[in-house]
Design a protein around this ligand. Structure first.
Ligand code: 6PG
Length: 247
């Protein structure tokens, strides 16, 4: 990593402490946005790790007390599967966050995977423009984006050498190298426009890639997590000791 930029890394020996720290950042980001604009707009990732955050938010009094009617939830990405499919990011969030917190349906903006793929992409782009009150060509500025990273250095559904890094689109579909599901994803410039980010990383399988990306020169096609490098100052990396073990 170039010397002038140091990542904001927080390492935890206990997953519960990591979850609490992430939930605290979520609540603080929400209050900042609600105080400044009267609403909070956040995009969530899928996979395994976010469940830690979701479950903590549902048990954390400060999170439960948020004015959820003024909070809008979006997805960073989604597997192109029905909402009933175990692989669905929405399904996991609904089970561990949305239903337990009773978040109003009008504030839940899932990617419409019941539509044909191109229509789903177009509709989500339209949803972003409507909820953010932006015109075509403008970019939505999320107050917070929660990301993860795969062992291959992907984030969102931006996979190595399998996405368009400079698209002007807000939403795109991609095909992971190892499939099995096509994906719908926010695009790099939408991610980079956010006010704040948290990246949640647990497990030994992340350690080698974290060492690689924090010591190398950015190459967003080889390691799409480098999408965050232009906005690194706004990123907090929450990791357990296993994920941080090679740093
Ligand atoms: C997805 C995610 C994806 C995830 C990474 C890390 O839909 O799978 O959005 O980008 O963040 O694959 O996943 P874990 O947190 O489960 O390791």
């Amino acid at each position: 990593m170039s010397a002038q930029v140091r990542p904001n890394i927080e390492v935890f020996s206990e997953l519960g402490d990591l979850a609490q720290a992430a939930a605290s950042l979520f609540v603080q980001a929400a209050h900042r946005a609600l105080d400044a604009k009267g609403q909070f707009r956040v995009a969530l990732s899928g996979g395994r790790t976010p469940r830690l955050l979701f479950e903590r938010l549902t048990s954390c009094e400060q999170a439960r007390a948020l004015p959820w009617s003024r909070c809008h939830l979006f997805w960073v990405d989604e597997r192109y599967v029905p909402v009933t499919d175990p692989a669905s990011n929405y399904k996991m969030a609904n089970e561990f966050l949305l239903e337990p917190l009773g978040i109003p349906q009008a504030n839940i903006h899932r990617m419409p995977t019941e539509l044909p793929l191109d229509e789903a992409v177009a509709q989500y782009e339209s949803t972003l423009q409507t909820v953010f009150s932006i015109l075509p060509g403008e970019v939505p500025q999320f107050d917070l984006i929660q990301l993860g990273m795969g062992p291959d250095g992907h984030t969102a559904s931006l996979f190595p050498h399998a996405y368009e890094p400079h698209t002007e689109k807000l939403v795109a579909w991609t095909v992971p190298p190892d499939a099995p599901h096509q994906r719908i994803t926010l695009t790099p410039h939408v991610l980079q426009a956010a006010s704040e980010f948290m990246v949640l990383l647990t497990g030994k399988d992340k350690a080698s890639m974290l060492k690689t990306v924090f010591s190398g020169e950015p190459d967003v096609m080889q390691y799409p997590i480098y999408t965050l490098w232009p906005v690194l100052k706004r990123v907090t990396w929450f990791m357990d000791q296993a994920a941080a073990s090679e740093l």
